[in-house]
Write a protein that binds this ligand. Structure first.
Ligand code: C2E
Ligand code: MG
Ligand code: MG
Length: 494
């Protein structure tokens, strides 16, 4: 190649990395045929060595830079780069009058895929999804991974009309929804999106992202697999929620909770043998608030853990105090939320509550729901066995409303099923189907040597039907509403 230019010899000296990889080469051409002298070789060896160090250093700087700004799994940019990019996108939009869209994106049921197909499949899915999203956007747009299965999409320089923005985001949703082969299986995932656009939904990145988060929350709330654009109502709701969360947190700190007790009666003896503890919030202004109004929030925010601990300890303490006062001993049952049950040291917390109150374990019953157990049957059954070993009794609450597999049911160490009140029709003889279900649950429990209690029993007709069907126990307004501790003592004495 160089001959026409008058060169007659060529010498090449590799530039090697520390580990001996070729990073480049020094090529020396000469107009005279021959090899370099020893002196020349020394010189280029030294130059190649120095160049090697410089190149390697530059490469590792670039790698560090890349790693600092990108997610290792998907190769997508990360939050650091994103923040810079959004700032400049907004600035540009201010001048051009274009729109900028920001969308939070969260894969639906990603945890399920991870749990069932394994983490490798989960990682692969994230890579596939990242690739599909990238294929849908332009170079000036950006996609970042901000958490396990959460992404943010930034669409730049959009014409100021929502139809364009929505069409492009819907295209991304559609791309993600196409089948993926993972661990030899073809599966489909959906995603939820919360969307905001500049300038309509906020001035700053912080404000926009907070609003996108509210929109995402709404998307999850309406059942996932959809896209929600932010509106002012969402902001008001998010604000209200934050306020309620703070109020609830203060209530935990200042001990504004009380327990009411609802007696459980045996149908044969007519005696009270147990009571369910039901939480009430004694609010300074609003009075007594029922758990349906604050437990969902407590579960969502994790406050259910300290609240549940309080309930457990208070119920044990109260029951022991009744026994110490000479009242006939009864079982107290405590509702357990999934969040609490999954706490690592949950079993030892139960043991500590018994220890501290001095209550014998056989006087404590824990009510678990079917959905709590079914979230992770294997580990739930293991925890149930540990609790059983303490001597505590277990019951399944709201039975019939969840998705217990009947074959799993026989492996649960539970003593009681509580038939949900939705199966008790108001005016028995009423709905034949509900009656049939109630009857079937009762005989199923009998076959599995479990007790059955019907909750929400309100009428004499219901009592008669339950007795005829062989139900052991009842709980409900028919006998008594949940009442405060003092009123409960008089019930017990009667
Ligand atoms: P649950 O455990 O199924 O409790 C039974 C609910 O049915 C109670 O509502 C009770 O007052 C109500 N009830 C009882 N008898 C009747 C009746 O004859 N008719 C009707 N219509 N209702 C009846 P409450 O006290 O509002 O509690 C609602 C739910 O809140 C409970 O359902 C339970 O899931 C949850 N909860 C209550 N206390 C706690 C607690 O300390 N911890 C946790 N994690 N959840 C709790
Ligand atoms: Mg209950
Ligand atoms: Mg119930």
């Amino acid at each position: 190649m160089v001959r026409p230019l008058g060169y007659r010899s060529c010498w090449s000296m590799p530039i090697l990395s520390y580990q001996g990889q070729v990073l480049g080469t020094f090529a020396l051409y000469s107009r005279e045929p021959g090899t370099p002298s020893a002196e020349q070789i020394d010189l280029i060896s030294m130059a190649a060595h120095l160049a090697g160090i410089a190149i390697e250093r530059r490469q590792s700087e670039e790698r560090i830079q890349f790693m600092a700004h990108h997610d290792a799994l998907t190769g997508l940019p990360n939050r650091v780069l994103f923040d810079e990019r959004v700032a400049s996108a907004l600035q540009q939009a201010r001048m051009t009058g274009h729109w900028v869209a920001l969308a939070f994106l969260d894969l639906d049921n990603f945890k399920l895929i991870n749990d069932t197909l394994g983490h490798h499949a989960g990682d692969e899915l994230l890579r596939v999804v990242a690739g599909r999203m990238l294929a849908c956007v332009r170079k000036s747009d950006m996609i970042v991974r901000v958490g396990g299965d959460e992404f943010i999409i930034l669409l730049n320089s959009l014409p100021p009309e929502s139809s364009v923005m929505l069409a492009r985001l819907e295209a991304i949703r559609a791309a993600i929804g196409a089948p993926v082969v993972l661990a030899g299986r073809s599966i489909q995932v959906s995603c939820s999106m919360g969307v905001v656009c500049y300038p309509d939904h906020g001035e700053t990145t912080t404000e926009l992202l907070a609003n996108a988060d509210s929109a995402m929350y709404r998307a999850k709330e309406v059942g996932r697999n959809n896209l929600q654009v932010f509106d002012a109502q969402m902001a008001a709701k998010a604000h209200e929620k934050l306020r309620r969360h703070e109020e609830l947190r203060d209530a935990v700190a200042s001990g504004e909770f009380v327990l009411h007790y609802q007696p459980q009666m045996n149908l044969k003896t007519g005696r009270i043998f147990a009571a369910e503890s039901l939480l009430r919030w004694q609010h300074r202004e609003r009075g007594l608030i029922s758990p349906g109004e604050f437990i969902p929030l407590a579960e969502e925010t994790g406050l259910i853990v300290p609240i549940g601990d309080w309930v457990l300890n208070e119920a044990c303490r109260q029951n022991k105090a009744w026994q110490d006062a000479g009242l006939p001993p009864i079982v107290v049952s405590v509702n357990v939320s999934a969040r609490q049950f999954k706490e690592r040291n949950w079993v030892s917390r139960v043991a500590a509550a018994l220890e501290e109150s001095g209550l014998e374990a056989c006087y404590l019953e824990l009510e678990l729901t079917e959905s709590l157990i079914m979230q992770d049957v294997t580990s739930a059954v293991a925890t149930m066995h540990e609790l059983e070993a303490l001597g505590v009794h277990l019951a399944i609450d709201d039975f019939g409303t969840g998705y217990s597999s009947l074959s799993a049911l026989k492996s649960f160490p539970v003593r009681r099923l509580k038939i949900d009140r939705s199966f008790l029709v108001q005016d028995i003889p009423g709905d034949a189907d509900d009656q049939a279900i109630t009857g079937a649950i009762i005989s199923l429990a009998q076959k599995l040597q479990m007790h059955v209690i019907a909750e929400g029993v309100e009428t004499q007709e219901q009592v008669d039907f339950l007795r005829a069907s062989g139900c052991d126990d009842i709980q409900g307004y028919f006998f008594s509403r949940p009442v405060g501790p003092a009123a409960f003592v008089s019930l017990l004495l009667q």
